[in-house]
Design a protein around this ligand. Structure first.
Ligand code: MN
Length: 254
């Protein structure tokens, strides 16, 4: 089984080391291609307005001077000897729950893998609270990663489906289990803007992440994490709201 690993926190991210350890238990045909720098929040962006560089760090280890999507696309087109069976993206430092998924470079890198026909799984380690910097409790992901990925490998899923996995911010022995849940939503727009002045006196703005109030609807990823479970959510790339097709078509005489 050929596995491609990537990570939106960059080639040197601690979460990528965690993912490498997990993947080593699954196969010995493992390839790594990740952004050279952190790309959190990059979503599914593809670099079109400048060239990107591919750098080789080891026999099967590469970085790309671009986005997570660039990294997967580059791996598929230039690096791997053939198509991957599995694309694993993560383990992200921080949650990718609810509405996070469309901002998420981690989830989007997995989407790029799914578009290429691979089984694709995004993995994220939830922080106990925001602002912890590098102090991410990866223990839950490290211990529970293989238990989650194993049953997903041959699960019957249509093409163009991505699996989004989040690990709760708990020591591994405190994790209660694994729940398959739907995507929840946040109550508030999640980005805050901090205004400051640079050393030359010019104003700048910096988007930040503040504690988010969630609507913990039953059966959602947010609720599962809040209750101490690993959250597993299948996502579809078809964003069409099918129930609205008829009502909208009527507006245009359809
Ligand atoms: Mn990230």
């Amino acid at each position: 089984m050929r596995i491609l690993l990537t990570n939106d926190d960059g080639i040197n991210a601690p979460g990528l080391e965690v993912l490498e350890a997990i993947a080593a238990g699954l196969s010995d045909d493992i390839w790594i291609c990740a952004p050279a720098e952190e790309q959190s929040g990059a979503g599914h962006s593809l670099t079109l307005t400048r060239p990107v560089r591919l750098r080789k760090h080891g026999e099967r280890r590469f970085s790309v001077s671009g986005t997570p999507t660039d990294s997967v696309a580059m791996a598929l087109k230039q690096v791997l000897p053939g198509p991957p069976d599995l694309v694993l993206s993560g383990v992200n430092r921080g949650a990718n729950l609810g509405d996070d998924v469309t901002y998420s470079g981690t989830v989007s890198a997995a989407i790029e893998g799914a578009l290429a026909g691979a089984r694709a799984i995004a993995l994220s380690q939830v922080y106990a609270r925001e602002g912890m910097g590098d102090d991410v409790p990866f223990g839950a992901a490290r211990e529970w990663g293989a238990k989650v990925i194993g049953p997903l490998l041959d699960a019957p899923l249509p093409k163009r489906t991505v699996i989004n996995v989040n690990f709760p911010a708990l020591p591994p022995e405190k994790v209660k289990g694994i729940r398959v849940v739907r995507q929840g939503f946040h109550d508030y727009s999640r980005a805050t803007v901090v205004e400051g002045r640079d050393p030359r006196g010019y104003r700048y703005y910096w988007f930040g992440l503040e504690a988010i109030e969630h609507t913990l609807d039953h059966g959602t990823d947010l609720e599962a994490i809040d209750e101490g479970y690993v959250a597993v959510t299948p996502l579809q790339l078809d964003l069409t709201h099918h129930a609205s097709l008829g009502a909208l078509a009527e507006r245009f005489g359809g």
